[in-house]
Design a binder for this molecule. Structure first.
Ligand SMILES: Nc1ncnc2c1ncn2[C@@H]1O[C@H](COP(=O)(O)OP(=O)(O)O)[C@@H](O)[C@H]1O
Ligand SMILES: [Mg+2]
Length: 317
Protein backbone atom coordinates (compact mmCIF):
# COMPACT_ATOMS: atom_id res chain seq x y z
CA UNK A 1 0.00 0.00 0.00
CA UNK A 2 1.24 3.45 -0.93
CA UNK A 3 0.70 6.56 1.13
CA UNK A 4 0.01 9.82 -0.67
CA UNK A 5 -0.44 13.38 0.48
CA UNK A 6 -4.02 13.80 1.72
CA UNK A 7 -3.72 17.56 1.14
CA UNK A 8 -3.39 18.93 4.64
CA UNK A 9 -4.34 22.54 5.29
CA UNK A 10 -2.32 23.27 8.42
CA UNK A 11 -2.66 26.39 10.52
CA UNK A 12 0.45 28.49 10.17
CA UNK A 13 1.71 30.64 13.01
CA UNK A 14 4.41 32.53 11.13
CA UNK A 15 5.67 29.24 9.70
CA UNK A 16 4.96 27.06 12.73
CA UNK A 17 2.59 24.56 11.14
CA UNK A 18 0.08 22.36 12.88
CA UNK A 19 -3.15 20.45 12.37
CA UNK A 20 -3.27 19.27 15.97
CA UNK A 21 -6.05 20.50 18.25
CA UNK A 22 -3.69 20.36 21.18
CA UNK A 23 -1.12 22.57 19.43
CA UNK A 24 -3.80 25.01 18.30
CA UNK A 25 -4.91 25.38 21.89
CA UNK A 26 -1.31 25.85 22.90
CA UNK A 27 -0.79 28.55 20.26
CA UNK A 28 -3.98 30.33 21.32
CA UNK A 29 -2.51 30.55 24.81
CA UNK A 30 0.77 31.74 23.32
CA UNK A 31 -1.03 34.56 21.49
CA UNK A 32 -2.77 35.61 24.68
CA UNK A 33 0.44 35.62 26.69
CA UNK A 34 2.27 37.48 23.90
CA UNK A 35 0.15 40.57 24.50
CA UNK A 36 1.47 40.87 28.06
CA UNK A 37 4.93 41.75 29.30
CA UNK A 38 5.27 38.65 31.48
CA UNK A 39 8.38 36.46 31.44
CA UNK A 40 7.68 33.21 29.61
CA UNK A 41 9.52 29.94 30.12
CA UNK A 42 9.17 27.50 27.24
CA UNK A 43 9.77 23.93 28.24
CA UNK A 44 10.08 21.15 25.70
CA UNK A 45 12.40 18.59 24.17
CA UNK A 46 14.91 19.65 21.57
CA UNK A 47 13.37 20.38 18.17
CA UNK A 48 9.84 20.92 19.46
CA UNK A 49 9.85 24.53 18.21
CA UNK A 50 10.77 26.51 21.32
CA UNK A 51 12.74 29.10 19.41
CA UNK A 52 9.99 29.42 16.78
CA UNK A 53 7.45 30.01 19.54
CA UNK A 54 9.75 32.57 21.20
CA UNK A 55 9.98 34.52 17.93
CA UNK A 56 6.24 34.25 17.49
CA UNK A 57 5.63 35.63 20.99
CA UNK A 58 7.87 38.56 20.17
CA UNK A 59 6.18 39.21 16.82
CA UNK A 60 2.70 39.15 18.38
CA UNK A 61 3.69 41.37 21.29
CA UNK A 62 3.48 45.15 21.50
CA UNK A 63 7.31 45.00 21.23
CA UNK A 64 7.11 43.22 17.89
CA UNK A 65 8.66 46.14 16.02
CA UNK A 66 11.58 46.19 18.46
CA UNK A 67 14.63 43.94 18.48
CA UNK A 68 14.67 40.21 19.18
CA UNK A 69 17.97 38.77 20.43
CA UNK A 70 18.78 35.16 21.14
CA UNK A 71 21.53 33.80 23.37
CA UNK A 72 22.26 30.11 23.78
CA UNK A 73 23.38 29.67 27.37
CA UNK A 74 24.67 26.15 26.70
CA UNK A 75 26.98 27.29 23.92
CA UNK A 76 28.90 30.14 25.55
CA UNK A 77 31.47 30.24 28.33
CA UNK A 78 30.59 32.40 31.34
CA UNK A 79 32.87 35.23 30.33
CA UNK A 80 31.66 35.33 26.74
CA UNK A 81 28.05 35.20 27.86
CA UNK A 82 28.58 38.05 30.31
CA UNK A 83 30.17 40.22 27.67
CA UNK A 84 27.53 39.28 25.12
CA UNK A 85 24.71 40.22 27.49
CA UNK A 86 26.13 43.12 29.46
CA UNK A 87 28.78 44.46 27.11
CA UNK A 88 32.22 45.52 28.21
CA UNK A 89 34.65 48.39 28.31
CA UNK A 90 37.95 48.22 26.50
CA UNK A 91 40.47 46.46 28.75
CA UNK A 92 37.82 44.79 30.96
CA UNK A 93 39.54 41.44 30.39
CA UNK A 94 42.26 39.96 28.22
CA UNK A 95 41.16 40.33 24.62
CA UNK A 96 38.73 43.19 25.26
CA UNK A 97 40.37 45.51 22.78
CA UNK A 98 37.30 47.66 22.13
CA UNK A 99 34.20 48.76 23.95
CA UNK A 100 31.33 46.47 23.16
CA UNK A 101 27.63 47.11 23.62
CA UNK A 102 25.76 44.20 25.16
CA UNK A 103 22.50 42.65 24.05
CA UNK A 104 20.70 44.11 27.06
CA UNK A 105 21.45 47.54 25.66
CA UNK A 106 20.89 46.64 22.01
CA UNK A 107 17.61 44.88 22.76
CA UNK A 108 16.19 47.75 24.80
CA UNK A 109 12.46 47.91 24.05
CA UNK A 110 12.50 44.40 22.53
CA UNK A 111 12.60 40.76 23.62
CA UNK A 112 15.56 38.73 24.82
CA UNK A 113 15.46 34.98 24.21
CA UNK A 114 17.63 32.95 26.59
CA UNK A 115 17.87 29.44 25.18
CA UNK A 116 18.89 26.57 27.51
CA UNK A 117 18.63 28.92 30.47
CA UNK A 118 19.15 26.02 32.90
CA UNK A 119 22.81 26.05 31.81
CA UNK A 120 23.42 29.67 32.76
CA UNK A 121 26.41 30.05 35.14
CA UNK A 122 25.49 31.14 38.67
CA UNK A 123 27.36 34.46 38.56
CA UNK A 124 25.46 35.49 35.44
CA UNK A 125 22.22 34.38 37.06
CA UNK A 126 22.91 36.88 39.86
CA UNK A 127 23.47 39.68 37.36
CA UNK A 128 20.39 38.73 35.36
CA UNK A 129 18.27 38.75 38.49
CA UNK A 130 19.28 42.34 39.06
CA UNK A 131 18.25 43.25 35.52
CA UNK A 132 14.85 41.69 36.05
CA UNK A 133 14.34 43.32 39.44
CA UNK A 134 15.74 46.79 38.90
CA UNK A 135 16.04 46.98 35.11
CA UNK A 136 19.65 48.02 35.43
CA UNK A 137 23.08 46.57 34.84
CA UNK A 138 26.70 47.62 34.45
CA UNK A 139 28.86 46.54 31.51
CA UNK A 140 32.02 44.58 32.42
CA UNK A 141 34.82 46.89 33.46
CA UNK A 142 32.49 49.86 33.66
CA UNK A 143 31.08 51.77 36.59
CA UNK A 144 28.26 53.24 34.58
CA UNK A 145 24.81 52.05 35.58
CA UNK A 146 22.65 51.44 32.50
CA UNK A 147 18.92 50.88 32.37
CA UNK A 148 17.10 48.63 29.96
CA UNK A 149 13.57 47.55 29.21
CA UNK A 150 13.48 43.99 27.93
CA UNK A 151 10.89 41.26 27.84
CA UNK A 152 12.39 37.92 28.75
CA UNK A 153 11.53 34.70 26.96
CA UNK A 154 13.49 31.63 28.09
CA UNK A 155 13.65 28.03 27.02
CA UNK A 156 14.87 24.81 28.56
CA UNK A 157 14.60 21.09 27.99
CA UNK A 158 15.25 20.42 31.68
CA UNK A 159 13.32 21.11 34.83
CA UNK A 160 14.48 24.34 36.46
CA UNK A 161 13.20 23.08 39.80
CA UNK A 162 15.52 20.12 39.47
CA UNK A 163 18.41 22.45 38.67
CA UNK A 164 17.50 24.45 41.79
CA UNK A 165 17.56 21.25 43.87
CA UNK A 166 21.02 20.48 42.45
CA UNK A 167 22.22 23.91 43.50
CA UNK A 168 22.83 24.89 39.89
CA UNK A 169 20.04 27.42 39.54
CA UNK A 170 18.89 30.27 41.78
CA UNK A 171 15.42 29.78 43.15
CA UNK A 172 14.64 33.52 43.11
CA UNK A 173 15.62 33.68 39.44
CA UNK A 174 13.50 30.63 38.66
CA UNK A 175 10.39 32.44 39.89
CA UNK A 176 11.29 35.50 37.82
CA UNK A 177 11.84 33.66 34.54
CA UNK A 178 8.91 31.29 34.69
CA UNK A 179 6.07 33.62 35.54
CA UNK A 180 4.31 31.87 32.66
CA UNK A 181 5.58 28.33 32.12
CA UNK A 182 4.50 26.70 28.87
CA UNK A 183 5.09 23.10 27.84
CA UNK A 184 5.57 22.23 24.19
CA UNK A 185 4.32 18.73 23.45
CA UNK A 186 6.59 16.21 21.76
CA UNK A 187 6.00 15.62 18.06
CA UNK A 188 4.58 12.13 18.68
CA UNK A 189 2.01 13.64 21.04
CA UNK A 190 0.59 15.94 18.38
CA UNK A 191 -1.88 13.70 16.60
CA UNK A 192 -1.70 14.13 12.85
CA UNK A 193 1.15 16.65 12.92
CA UNK A 194 3.67 13.89 12.21
CA UNK A 195 1.98 12.88 8.92
CA UNK A 196 1.27 16.49 7.99
CA UNK A 197 4.87 17.55 8.57
CA UNK A 198 6.24 14.54 6.66
CA UNK A 199 4.34 15.80 3.59
CA UNK A 200 5.22 19.39 4.33
CA UNK A 201 8.95 18.64 4.32
CA UNK A 202 8.62 16.38 1.26
CA UNK A 203 6.91 19.26 -0.59
CA UNK A 204 9.64 21.59 0.53
CA UNK A 205 12.45 19.36 -0.72
CA UNK A 206 10.46 18.54 -3.89
CA UNK A 207 10.36 22.26 -4.63
CA UNK A 208 14.11 22.76 -4.39
CA UNK A 209 15.43 19.62 -6.07
CA UNK A 210 15.03 17.61 -9.26
CA UNK A 211 13.39 14.72 -7.46
CA UNK A 212 9.65 14.72 -6.83
CA UNK A 213 8.43 12.30 -4.20
CA UNK A 214 4.72 11.59 -4.66
CA UNK A 215 4.18 8.58 -2.44
CA UNK A 216 5.65 6.65 0.47
CA UNK A 217 5.74 2.87 0.50
CA UNK A 218 4.06 1.23 3.47
CA UNK A 219 7.20 -0.18 5.06
CA UNK A 220 8.80 3.25 5.05
CA UNK A 221 5.55 4.78 6.28
CA UNK A 222 5.36 2.35 9.20
CA UNK A 223 8.93 3.11 10.17
CA UNK A 224 8.21 6.84 10.10
CA UNK A 225 5.04 6.38 12.14
CA UNK A 226 6.48 4.10 14.81
CA UNK A 227 9.73 6.01 15.39
CA UNK A 228 9.94 7.99 18.64
CA UNK A 229 11.42 11.19 17.13
CA UNK A 230 13.65 12.17 20.06
CA UNK A 231 14.82 15.17 18.00
CA UNK A 232 11.22 16.08 17.17
CA UNK A 233 10.54 18.40 14.21
CA UNK A 234 14.21 19.21 13.62
CA UNK A 235 15.02 15.52 13.31
CA UNK A 236 12.03 14.95 11.04
CA UNK A 237 13.18 17.66 8.68
CA UNK A 238 16.67 16.16 8.60
CA UNK A 239 15.37 12.64 8.01
CA UNK A 240 13.21 13.77 5.08
CA UNK A 241 16.09 15.76 3.64
CA UNK A 242 18.30 12.67 3.93
CA UNK A 243 15.96 10.26 2.18
CA UNK A 244 15.02 12.84 -0.43
CA UNK A 245 18.69 13.17 -1.31
CA UNK A 246 19.67 9.50 -1.03
CA UNK A 247 16.88 7.89 -3.09
CA UNK A 248 15.52 8.18 -6.64
CA UNK A 249 12.15 8.28 -8.29
CA UNK A 250 8.72 9.24 -7.09
CA UNK A 251 8.41 6.76 -4.22
CA UNK A 252 10.03 7.12 -0.83
CA UNK A 253 11.27 3.62 0.02
CA UNK A 254 12.24 2.03 3.30
CA UNK A 255 15.78 1.60 1.95
CA UNK A 256 16.11 5.37 1.60
CA UNK A 257 15.64 5.92 5.35
CA UNK A 258 18.64 6.62 7.56
CA UNK A 259 19.90 3.96 10.03
CA UNK A 260 18.09 5.49 13.05
CA UNK A 261 14.75 4.93 11.37
CA UNK A 262 15.60 1.40 10.34
CA UNK A 263 16.67 0.40 13.84
CA UNK A 264 20.23 -0.54 14.80
CA UNK A 265 20.64 -4.31 14.65
CA UNK A 266 22.40 -6.08 11.77
CA UNK A 267 20.30 -5.94 8.61
CA UNK A 268 19.45 -9.66 8.29
CA UNK A 269 18.62 -9.98 11.97
CA UNK A 270 16.28 -7.04 11.83
CA UNK A 271 12.58 -7.70 11.51
CA UNK A 272 10.36 -5.34 9.59
CA UNK A 273 6.66 -5.49 9.37
CA UNK A 274 3.67 -4.11 7.60
CA UNK A 275 0.19 -3.51 8.96
CA UNK A 276 -1.08 -7.05 8.35
CA UNK A 277 1.43 -9.18 10.14
CA UNK A 278 2.69 -6.74 12.75
CA UNK A 279 0.40 -8.10 15.46
CA UNK A 280 1.39 -11.70 14.74
CA UNK A 281 5.04 -10.79 14.70
CA UNK A 282 4.83 -9.10 18.08
CA UNK A 283 2.95 -12.07 19.56
CA UNK A 284 5.54 -14.46 18.17
CA UNK A 285 8.39 -12.42 19.64
CA UNK A 286 6.66 -12.12 23.01
CA UNK A 287 6.46 -15.92 23.08
CA UNK A 288 10.05 -16.34 21.99
CA UNK A 289 11.33 -13.91 24.62
CA UNK A 290 8.88 -15.11 27.28
CA UNK A 291 7.22 -11.73 27.54
CA UNK A 292 10.42 -9.72 28.03
CA UNK A 293 9.28 -6.52 26.36
CA UNK A 294 12.65 -4.79 26.29
CA UNK A 295 14.10 -7.63 24.21
CA UNK A 296 11.08 -7.65 21.93
CA UNK A 297 11.39 -3.91 21.40
CA UNK A 298 15.10 -4.25 20.67
CA UNK A 299 14.44 -7.04 18.21
CA UNK A 300 11.90 -4.87 16.41
CA UNK A 301 14.22 -1.87 16.49
CA UNK A 302 11.63 0.27 18.26
CA UNK A 303 11.59 1.86 21.68
CA UNK A 304 9.81 0.35 24.65
CA UNK A 305 7.31 3.20 24.55
CA UNK A 306 6.47 2.45 20.92
CA UNK A 307 6.10 -1.24 21.69
CA UNK A 308 3.82 -0.37 24.59
CA UNK A 309 1.63 1.74 22.29
CA UNK A 310 1.45 -1.06 19.77
CA UNK A 311 0.48 -3.60 22.45
CA UNK A 312 -2.37 -1.32 23.43
CA UNK A 313 -3.31 -0.75 19.80
CA UNK A 314 -3.50 -4.49 19.10
CA UNK A 315 -5.08 -5.32 22.44
CA UNK A 316 -2.19 -7.55 23.48
CA UNK A 317 -1.68 -7.83 27.20
N1 LIG B 1 5.44 23.17 13.85
C1 LIG B 1 6.48 23.39 13.01
N2 LIG B 1 6.26 23.60 11.69
C2 LIG B 1 7.30 23.79 10.85
N3 LIG B 1 8.59 23.78 11.22
C3 LIG B 1 8.88 23.57 12.52
C4 LIG B 1 7.83 23.37 13.48
N4 LIG B 1 8.41 23.19 14.70
C5 LIG B 1 9.74 23.28 14.50
N5 LIG B 1 10.03 23.51 13.20
C6 LIG B 1 11.38 23.61 12.63
O1 LIG B 1 12.18 22.67 13.32
C7 LIG B 1 13.44 23.21 13.66
C8 LIG B 1 13.61 23.23 15.16
O2 LIG B 1 12.78 24.23 15.75
P1 LIG B 1 13.28 25.11 16.99
O3 LIG B 1 12.29 26.18 17.22
O4 LIG B 1 14.70 25.54 16.79
O5 LIG B 1 13.21 24.01 18.16
P2 LIG B 1 13.84 24.04 19.62
O6 LIG B 1 14.24 25.47 19.92
O7 LIG B 1 12.76 23.54 20.53
O8 LIG B 1 15.01 23.11 19.59
C9 LIG B 1 13.48 24.59 13.05
O9 LIG B 1 14.12 24.50 11.80
C10 LIG B 1 12.03 24.96 12.87
O10 LIG B 1 11.84 25.82 11.78
MG1 LIG C 1 16.61 25.45 20.15
Amino acid sequence: MMHTNPGYQPHSYQGLLTVSKRMQQFMAKVEKVARTNASVLLRGETGTGKEMVARYIHRCSPRGVGAFSAVNCAALSGELMASELFGHKKGAFTGATHDRRGLLELTNGGSLFLDEIAEMPLDIQARLLRVLQDRCFTPLGSSQLMTTDIRLISATHQSLRKRVAEGAFREDLMYRVRVIPMFLPKLVERGEDLSMLIWHFIDRFNAISERRIESIDSKAWNALMSYEWPGNVRELSNVIEYCHAIGDGSVLLFDDLNPDLKGEGPADEQLYFDDENERDQILELLRRYRGRKLEVAQKLGISRATLWRKLKLYGID
